[in-house]
Design a protein around this ligand. Structure first.
Ligand code: UT7
Length: 382
């Protein structure tokens, strides 16, 4: 029985374009000093017009599969945690499944805002623990730049785009994701929200506001209240998950929190009575990338040598919903070396998978045209 879900691969993708605080100060009444002092952010990545949450997620997943040395055809489950899907359906995960050519995978999106990655990790872990799948790709991917009011200085300086992914594999060897706590409090839903486009009470009117009074499809946040909430729940959820794993804070080598604000983490570190060095932070270069922030920080932590085999790491997320969640993971892998030839061959495989997908799409069109020659066909969505 493969009860334990081990992280065997990880990968990240950040759009090439960075936007500095100085650049933002030309857009709204702000300054590098204000942003850095209040948040710890210096710059963030912004997706190019031809990039989507799904293409970012694909890049991260392909890198994670490469490290895991798992062929896409072997993948059994893909979960994308995101608050910025291109479509309500098809899910971002289905697009990733198609881009990867993961022909045997189930795929779905998960909505839990900035806690989404930890929620998704738990769903995948449980699927492995019950034996329903042998492996899973868990992705956090966001294009926050598309849901920001770029005239609102209180939010536009905070967010960024990016994606991070991990590959989980079942094993009978104890380790991997050891314990997780998921929590929510919908009474705080209005503190941090992103109304859906269809949520329009006055159809065909071009109305500017949705029924909750917010601008449509734009993030709305009560910064001070969310700040207070975040500093409290980081400490409590870390303690809760440690209790569940029967560990103490001294057993933990690294805490990777959702990267929203350095001051929030400093306050949480004080509450937990641990030094800041126990936390990994990369908010300075990425800003708040919502569900992508924890796996993005994980990639950087591995790159920086902050995680070694047998280390215990805690992931802790918090955000809209309100939601919060924490996982304890035994880090038990050393990445195998990947040769250049290997990388090229994998890139070719993805191109072939896309070719096959396009062929299937054409085949469907031809079959539909033969079956209903007079019917007007709606163009494919991509
Ligand atoms: O991922 C989801 C979780 N989200 C979070 O964790 C965010 C939590 N909240 C925060 O991190 C902080 O509340 C913020 C960074 C968003 C704001 O920091 P703050 O210290 O709470 O500032 P504030 O909202 O209390 O605003 C203080 C002042 C205000 O001016 P007045 O009213 O004192 O004159 C704001 O208008 O700062 C002003 N302000 C700015 N000034 C320059 C707000 N945004 C800006 C800005 N540049 N970008």
């Amino acid at each position: 029985m493969m009860r334990y879900a081990h992280i065997v691969g990880w990968g990240c993708y950040l759009p090439e374009r960075t936007v500095t605080n100085a650049e933002l100060s030309q857009l709204v009444d702000t300054s590098d000093e204000w942003i850095y002092q209040r948040t710890g952010i210096r710059s963030r990545h912004i997706a190019a017009t031809n990039e989507t949450t799904a293409t970012l997620a694909f890049e991260a997943a392909a890198r994670a599969l490469k490290i895991a040395d798992l062929h896409p055809s072997q993948v059994e489950l893909i979960i994308v945690a995101t608050s910025t899907p291109e479509y309500m359906f098809p899910s971002t995960a289905c697009k990733v499944q198609d881009y990867l050519g993961a022909g045997r995978a189930g795929a779905f999106d998960l909505s839990a805002a900035c806690s989404g990655f930890v929620y998704a990790l738990q769903m995948a872990t449980q699927s492995i623990a019950t034996g329903s799948v042998r492996n899973a790709v868990v992705i956090g991917s966001e294009t926050m730049s598309r849901v920001i009011d770029w005239q609102d200085r209180s939010t536009c300086v905070l967010f960024g785009d990016g994606a991070g992914a991990v590959v989980l594999k079942g094993s009978s060897i104890p380790g991997g994701v050891m314990a997780t706590t998921l929590r929510s409090d919908g009474s705080g839903a209005d503190l941090l929200s992103l109304p859906a486009l269809y949520h329009n009470p006055v159809p065909i009117s071009g109305a500017e506001f949705s029924s909750n009074g917010h601008h449509k499809n734009i993030i709305d946040m009560d910064g001070r209240q969310v700040y207070r909430f975040a500093t409290n729940v980081i400490a409590t959820s870390v303690m809760d998950v440690l209790k569940q794993a029967e560990l103490t804070i001294d057993d933990i080598d690294l805490i990777i929190p959702h990267q929203a604000n350095t001051r929030i983490i400093e306050a949480a570190a004080k509450k937990l009575k641990v030094p800041m060095e126990k936390f990994y932070l990369n908010v300075e270069n990425n800003g708040n990338t919502s569900a992508a922030s924890i796996p993005l920080a994980l990639c950087d932590a591995v790159r920086d040598g902050r995680l070694r085999p047998d280390d215990n790491v805690v992931f802790v997320g918090f955000g809209g919903g309100l939601t919060w969640a924490a996982s304890v993971v035994k880090w038990d892998v050393t990445p195998p070396p990947v040769s250049f030839g290997d990388q090229e061959w994998k890139r070719i495989r993805y191109m072939m998978a896309r070719g096959r997908s396009r062929m299937r799409r054409w085949q469907r069109r031809v079959e539909a045209a033969i079956a209903h020659p007079s019917a007007r066909r709606k163009d494919d969505i991509d």
